[in-house]
Structure formats: structure tokens, C-alpha cells
Ligand binder design. Structure first.
Ligand SMILES: Cc1ncc(COP(=O)(O)O)c(C=O)c1O
Length: 403
């Protein structure tokens, strides 16, 4: 009997959720490799600023000190010394954190995903800002949640958790005031709903004053380990380098146990080697020492992008200058402008951005777009904005009705 060739075989279908999924993140990351294209679409740090020498030293110290145990399987929860180091760093006079409050994760995106895995059954409600972080929407898609827009001024509907990026949100760059943070904590405690605080950008502040974290504001003084409803996520991706893939979730020991159980079947543990390197970097304060260099460079880039936008785009878009983070969120003055359709005009001009629809939990067409200012030097940002301005004018000329 002839062996059936590949094309004649019927293979099982992929899972139903994949039909709603998309490869938008992969596409936008791939724009970074197109010759001649100025990618304002990425969410990436400046690779030339990765502290290679500090990492090199940390790698040597990690292997000298930990030897072969740096290359072994590790505990699901993470290296206990690293958990303790994170707990110590985030503890304050009022907030007492122990190793049991910390789970080390493979980037903070894994923590986002594990929260969905541990909490969401199909149809359960997640409260989030609209727009919200695309990676979180992707991470939760297989869980089939329902979304509700997070009310900042009133009572919360029934939900499993609320998700916020309180410092320089992705995509809007917005910061929550202390009052807004306190209001979220009050609603979380009144409704008994977990409050997820995703904070990858907090250290990247270029102006204004540091706001206390939800975790810190919500803490009740005492020496017993934290037992509140906030789950705080952090990462070394923005202060050292994303290739390390080391992040953490900090929360009540009950939540950390649940997330550890969820993690067990995902990757057994975060790379022990990367954790040992991260521990050495944190012990040497390498990430904190690196922040001023990042802040000075990124501030200059933000200013260059915003100045170019003021010159070339202010008749078409409006935006706020972000106090930190990596993004400027621009909204068309003409609400009918469809930034999904605009993207192909921009690519033709040699510039990319991310259309607002991908950050909308409902996928609604959006008159907004996200521009990244950290991954390119000022001259390229300025040229990118000029190209974008030409693209919007081409678009308007060809689609007068939409304008
Ligand atoms: C809001 C937010 N959360 C989480 C992440 C994931 O970061 P990582 O997994 O590299 O720690 C990002 C990355 O861009 C982000 O913007």
C-alpha cells in the first residue's frame, strides 16, 4: 500500500482559541529587521545600552560561586537567595516581604500568563484599562476570558482580577496618581478582587515625582509576611536586558503558591543559570546603577520624537508627553482615521507604528497609534516622524471620506 504523502493527510485542527489569535507581535518585531525601515513599532530597549560588561562579570561570579548548581534544575519558585533579594529590595517600613511572597518568573510576561492560568475559567471577567497591554491580551486568550473596562471612579463589577500598568502604561504612557491608586485599592478590598500591578517601566522616569506602588500603598504595617490582594510584577528586562528573561511576581503566599503550581507545568523553573546571573547583578546593584544612563538617553529620545511630532504632526494628532517609559500614544484629531489602514501607507514610506486596535480587548478600530522612542537615536526618530507625516497625508488624500 502506498504511504500517503503529506498533502493527502488530514491533520487535527489547532485549538479553537488560535482562530482568534494573531501573530501581530511577531510581525511588529520583524519590522525591526527590514532594511531601510524605521521601526517605531517595537517595545524594545536600546540594545547598544545593554550593560554587557556588568553581565559578563555577573556570569563569572555566578559560575564561581554557584558552580554546577547554576546549571541544574531549580525549585519551581526560584532560587531562594534571589527570592530573598527581591523581597528585601521591595520591603519598606510598612511592607514586610519574605521569600515566600516572591515567585521568580521567565520574564514578567510569564507572571501575567500564570495569573490567567491560575485564576481564569472560560467566561470569567478580567477588568482592564482600554487600551491595555497587548502581551497580556495574548497571554490570556487561551483562557477565554471576558473583559470589562476597569472603572476608575466607581464600584467594580464581579471579576477575578483587575490588571493595571500604573507607571507609563503600555501603550498610553499614562501614570496613575496616588489618589487613583488609593481608589483602586479601596475597590479591590471592597469587592475582594485581586489587583495585578504590572510595573516593568517604573524605573524609567524622565520627569515628575515617583509614585508609590500599589503594593506599598496597600501594605499594612507589621512584621508578618504580606497577605494583601495586590500581585506586583517586576522584571530586569528594561533595566538590564530582556534576553535574561528574569522577572518576578510578588504577592500573598497563597497567591505565590497558586502561581507556582501553575508554573510547574509551564517550564519547571526559570533558567537557573539566568537566575544566578540576575542574583549577582542585583547584589552588585548593577541594574540600579545603570538606570541614570538609560534615563538620560531615553529622555533625549523622547524629547526628539515629541519635538519632531510637534513640527510635523500637530495638525493631525494630539498626544501627551509621557513622564517616562517607552511610548507616545497619539490620537487623531479626526476620529474617523483608521490606523489599521494607515499602517500600509506608513510601511510604504518606510516607517512602522502599532495601530491602537491591537491594544483594545474588543479589537475595535482605533484612531490612535503607539510610537516607541527608546530603540532609535534622535535623528532616526525625527526622520521616522517626517515619514509618518507624509504617510498620513497620503492616506488622507486617498481616503478623504475617512478624514
Ligand atoms: C506592560 C508590560 N508588561 C510586561 C512586559 C513583559 O516584559 P518581560 O517579560 O520582558 O519582563 C512588557 C514588555 O514590553 C510590558 O510592556
Amino acid at each position: 500500500m502506498p504511504i500517503p504523502c503529506d498533502s493527502a493527510m488530514r491533520r487535527p485542527e489547532f485549538a479553537a482559541w488560535m482562530k482568534q489569535g494573531n501573530d501581530i507581535t511577531q510581525q511588529f518585531l520583524s519590522f525591526g529587521n527590514r532594511p531601510g525601515l524605521i521601526a517605531l513599532s517595537g517595545g524594545l530597549p536600546a540594545p547598544e545600552l545593554y550593560p554587557v560588561e556588568d553581565v559578563q562579570k555577573a556570569v563569572h561570579r555566578a559560575l564561581d560561586k554557584h558552580g554546577s548548581s547554576a546549571l541544574a534544575y531549580g525549585a519551581v519558585e526560584g532560587l531562594s537567595a534571589l527570592r530573598e533579594a527581591v523581597a528585601q529590595r521591595l520591603s519598606t517600613d510598612r511592607l514586610s516581604l519574605k521569600a515566600e511572597n516572591v515567585l521568580i518568573t521567565t520574564g514578567s510576561l510569564q507572571a501575567v500568563e500564570l495569573i490567567g492560568k491560575a485564576l481564569i475559567d472560560p467566561g470569567d471577567v478580567i477588568l482592564a484599562d482600554y487600551p491595555t497591554y497587548l502581551g497580556a491580551l495574548d497571554a490570556w486568550l487561551p483562557r477565554q476570558p471576558t473583559y470589562g473596562e476597569l472603572p476608575h471612579g466607581g464600584p467594580w463589577p464581579e471579576a477575578k482580577f483587575a490588571y493595571v500598568v500604573p507607571n507609563f502604561s503600555n501603550p498610553t504612557g499614562a501614570v496613575l496618581s496616588v489618589g487613583a491608586r488609593a481608589a483602586l485599592l479601596a475597590q479591590s478590598s471592597e469587592s475582594g478582587i485581586w489587583l495585578v500591578e504590572d510595573d516593568p517601566y517604573g524605573e524609567l522616569r524622565y520627569d515628575g515625582v515617583v509614585q508609590p506602588s500599589l503594593l506599598a500603598i496597600g501594605a499594612e504595617s507589621g512584621s508578618t509576611a504580606y497577605d494583601g490582594a495586590v500581585v506586583h510584577l517586576g522584571t530586569l528586562s528594561k533595566t538590564i536586558a530582556p534576553g535574561l528573561r528574569v522577572g518576578w511576581a510578588v504577592g500573598s503566599s497563597e497567591m505565590i503558591r497558586a502561581l507556582s503550581q501553575a508554573k510547574q507545568g509551564s517550564d519547571l523553573s526559570t533558567s537557573t543559570f539566568c537566575q544566578a546571573v540576575a542574583l549577582e547583578l542585583i547584589r552588585a546593584d548593577a541594574d540600579r546603577r545603570h538606570v541614570p544612563t538609560l534615563v538620560n538617553t531615553y529622555r533625549e529620545r523622547r524629547d526628539a520624537l515629541c519635538a519632531a511630532a510637534q513640527e510635523n504632526l500637530s495638525d493631525l494628532f494630539e498626544w501627551s508627553i509621557p513622564e517616562g517609559g517607552m511610548f507616545v500614544w497619539m490620537s487623531a484629531r479626526q476620529p474617523g482615521l483608521d490606523t489599521n489602514a494607515l499602517l500600509s501607507f506608513a510601511l510604504k514610506e518606510g516607517v512602522s507604528f502599532v495601530p491602537g486596535s491591537v491594544f483594545d480587548p474588543r479589537g475595535h478600530v482605533s484612531p490612535s497609534l503607539r510610537l516607541n522612542f527608546t530603540a532609535n537615536p534622535p535623528e532616526l526618530l525625527q526622520e521616522g516622524v517626517r515619514r509618518l507625516s507624509r504617510a498620513v497625508r497620503d492616506y488622507a488624500a486617498q481616503r478623504p471620506a475617512a478624514e
